[in-house]
Design a protein around this ligand. Sequence first.
Ligand code: FAD
Length: 337
Amino acid sequence: MKSGEAIAIVGQGIAGTLLGLELEKQGAAFHVFGPGPAASASAVAAGIINPITGRRLAPAWRIAELLPLARATYRGLETRLGVPLWREMRVRRWFRDERERRIFAERRESGELLPWLGAVEADGFWTEGAGHVDVPALLAAARQRWRERGCLTERAIDPRELRQCHGLVILGTGAGLAASAVFAGVPWRLVGGELLTVAVPGLDENVILNRGTWVLPLGKGLAEVGATYEPGAAEARPTAAGRTRLEADARTLLGRPFEVRDHRAGLRLTLPDQRPAVGRSALDQGWGVLAGLGSKGVSLAPWLARQWWNHLSEGVPFDPAVDVSRFAAAPNISRIT
Ligand SMILES: Cc1cc2nc3c(=O)[nH]c(=O)nc-3n(C[C@H](O)[C@H](O)[C@H](O)COP(=O)(O)OP(=O)(O)OC[C@H]3O[C@@H](n4cnc5c(N)ncnc54)[C@H](O)[C@@H]3O)c2cc1C
């Protein structure tokens, strides 16, 4: 990296924000371009990191590495940005059916859940060491800081214009990449997601309730309920079907009356192998990317941002499991200009 040359970061969601904050911490010159949170997945993200996830009740991918780095990063940012961001959480998980009960018994027996497994109940189990990040507070604090320091342009921009005057342009544009000419050969996929904000009294603020659908207590008698997962969604739009499903699940999980206060939707960007993408374009090394965070932006972004810094400062190769070059053979990657 040439010293003094500002790296352009496009997008100020979780990806662009964590990347900017990492570069700032390391003293590298950067400038962020992004219109703010509206219409981004990060504006909807609940901010949960759950070490044991999904129907497979398996440890999340690389979680033993990702979770400690995420915790240290967000706690460090609390001090740097002067806002509370991180909450230690526990997860009370209920089995949805006999199949889940059986899978859990096998995984427990194998010992792979041990670092995070808490008490086991007749109808489910507890996960320890989960976390919650206040994503809106993080994005707002970074925005304010960069506004004051003159390293933020608050509007959407055609990245190709930036490439003419920046040696490196890194795209953290989330779902926008699916329609972008840059990295067009990467098989991006969109997955819609909806969540509700509900008013419900009496929840333990450090416990996430989970039965496939989760309830995240926010404090002050509010909670979020989510999230739906709709592969192939073309737009971020709250639907009647999504609301009906989330309300039904919330009734089961909460077992008491609640009132829906808000209903939001976002578009996640994913890849067929369910891994994110980081690295440079094989065609033009001046294009970089940090995207495809799927449902796990909060835990993945600090790790991917650190990979960018290790690469820029010491030439460390990107982890092959997430390097965007794994899609280099994609047929239309040449649509870069
Ligand atoms: C309902 C729901 C719940 C979720 N809950 C969680 C959760 O609990 N935990 C978790 O880890 N993840 C969660 N996620 C996933 C999380 O939202 C994503 O992984 C993450 O937000 C992706 O961040 P990003 O920065 O890559 O993309 P985005 O947040 O979409 O940000 C991209 C940004 O780029 C900007 N942009 C696009 N084009 C341009 C341009 N040309 N110029 C400038 N800017 C541009 C956009 O405006 C946007 O601000 C959830 C997602 C959904 C939908």
